[in-house]
Design a protein around this ligand. Structure first.
Ligand SMILES: Cc1cc2nc3c(=O)[nH]c(=O)nc-3n(C[C@H](O)[C@H](O)[C@H](O)COP(=O)(O)OP(=O)(O)OC[C@H]3O[C@@H](n4cnc5c(N)ncnc54)[C@H](O)[C@@H]3O)c2cc1C
Length: 458
């Protein structure tokens, strides 16, 4: 048995920086990774997809070149092996950087293999048994493959296997109209594929407000993507041209035949093969490790960070979990998840930047609300760039004057939303932001104008 001060399972977004803080504090750390250093974000999530989104954006802009007075000899071609190589290189650089830094970190011993608990302070990795008084679980998640009719009989892609494609599918059917599905749908449409999105709910990204969802649908349909919502009975079957996807929704043909099918209906945590029962660590019904607001689990001396605790599903939330745990353990602070303001982006083009509640959630809270909305067609920066799809919207508590939530669906929305996020984090009323003097011409400069136009919610 090898003894350490701490064991970290998983080299995702929280494990490596935590190893850095713990070793800097003089602790010995065993870090166990079973597959790729950097985890989902680096290898099969944010980094490769945002690199592909950038290639798709370039293709889209080139097709629109004449609108800008730029004349090309002909329509652009997509060199898919090169597109893929670019994404692979971005991932590989980051992955090897993380691995290098962990392997050269004083006090850190890297184990490559699958970790499994044998007791609350003992972890087995192949033939090695490791023990520590502190164990940090950062095992992330993977694509959820639902038990839909026919799934075992047809070839299908997930967010991981689709990254191995080095050609453009003839017709990509994307099952799941949420964040991951929509990003792949738009990028492959821009690479030249016929694309159909099949979504069970009546709206795409159904957790967002309907006006956000409807505008995104309009943008995607405007690029020639077919959208089939209310697909209540999705099933798959082999077909001579690929895979037949049964939809059975109220309108349209009952079946779509795709050359390729991407299943993007959600994620599940990597917790079923961790031996959590041996450690006394409890999970919820979907396998997410139950944690307190300070990320401690049901077992003393064990913490769960990142996607596997179900309290966040993003790189920045996993990293913030690391910050909370490190601050409490090493800096004598009392940080908790309750301090975190929810924020995220959806990287369709134009992107959606989001903070806090949706308008529907704010309405459901029963508070008196003020709401302001402005189309991107009235934002100078968007007009200059000829990217006027979308809108910005902010929802305020009429009594406290605090911002409850905001959405910026528009060019630069993923960046501009941070102006609002900072004000929410500062905990001050919205008029502080209204009096700011933003830079011209930016998308952000319209936020004070937006805030100056608040009206009682209907
Ligand atoms: C297609 C896609 C796009 C995304 N885009 C974004 C985005 O733009 N922005 C954003 O914020 N988030 C995005 N995400 C989400 C983001 O990738 C995750 O939230 C983030 O990676 C979670 O980090 P983590 O540290 O919790 O886990 P992970 O990054 O998944 O890391 C977990 C690690 O643990 C290892 N592991 C698992 N089990 C064991 C075991 N038993 N023993 C040893 N090692 C183990 C795994 O191999 C993995 O390396 C995206 C996700 C996907 C799928």
């Amino acid at each position: 048995m090898r003894a350490f001060d701490a064991i970290i399972i998983g080299a995702g977004q929280a494990g490596p920086p935590l190893a850095g803080r713990l070793t800097a504090a003089g602790m010995t750390v065993a870090l166990v990774e079973r597959k790729l250093f950097g985890g989902t974000c680096v290898n099969t999530g944010c980094m490769p997809t945002k690199t592909l989104v950038a290639s798709a954006y370039a293709a889209h802009l080139v097709r629109r070149a004449t609108e800008f007075g730029v004349v090309l000899a002909g329509p652009p071609d997509i060199d898919m092996p090169k597109v893929k190589a670019r994404a692979d290189a971005v991932s590989a650089n980051s992955r090897s950087g993380i691995e290098r830094s962990l392997r050269s970190m004083d006090g850190c011993t890297v184990f490559q293999g699958h970790a499994r608990f044998e007791a609350s302070n003992v972890v087995r990795v192949d033939q090695e048994r490791l023990t520590a008084p502190r164990i940090f679980i950062n095992v992330g998640g993977r694509a959820l493959v639902p038990d839909m009719p026919g799934i075992g009989e047809v070839p299908y892609l997930t967010n991981t296997s689709i990254l191995a494609l080095d050609h453009v599918p003839l017709h990509l059917v994307v099952i799941g109209g949420s964040y991951i599905g929509l990003e792949f749908a738009q990028m492959y449409r821009r690479f030249g594929a016929q694309v159909t999105i099949v979504e069970r709910a009546p709206h795409l990204i159904s957790r967002e407000d309907e006006d956000v969802s409807d505008e995104i649908r309009r943008i995607l349909e405007g690029e020639g993507i077919a959208v089939r919502t209310s697909a209540t009975c999705i099933g798959l079957a082999r077909h001579e041209q690929g895979v037949a996807v049964t939809i059975d929704c109220a309108q349209g043909p009952p079946q779509n035949v795709g050359s390729h099918v991407l299943v993007a209906v959600g994620r599940r945590p990597n917790t079923e093969d961790l031996g959590l029962d041996q450690a006394g660590v409890t999970t919820d019904s979907r396998g997410y490790i139950t944690v307190n607001d300070d990320l401690t689990t049901s077992a003393p001396g064990i913490w769960a960070l990142g996607d596997c605790n179900g309290r966040g599903a993003f790189t920045h939330t996993a990293y913030n979990d690391f910050e909370i745990v490190a601050a409490n353990l090493l800096d004598g602070e009392h940080r908790t998840l309750r301090d975190r303001v929810p924020a995220y982006a959806l990287y369709v083009d134009p992107p959606l930047g989001r903070v806090g509640m949706t308008e529907a959630q704010a309405q459901a809270s029963g508070r008196p609300l003020l709401v302001s909305k402005r189309p991107m067609s009235r934002v100078g920066r968007a007009i200059e760039k000829a990217e006027t799809h979308g809108f910005m919207k902010v929802v305020v508590d009429a009594e406290t004057k605090k911002i409850l939530g905001a959405a910026i669906l528009g060019t630069g929305g993923d960046e501009a939303i941070h102006g609002v996020l900072d004000i929410v984090n500062a905990g001050v009323s919205y008029d502080v932001l209204q009096r700011a003097v933003p830079i011209h011409p930016t998308v952000s400069e319209l936020i004070p104008t937006l805030l100056g136009d608040m009206k009682p919610a209907e």
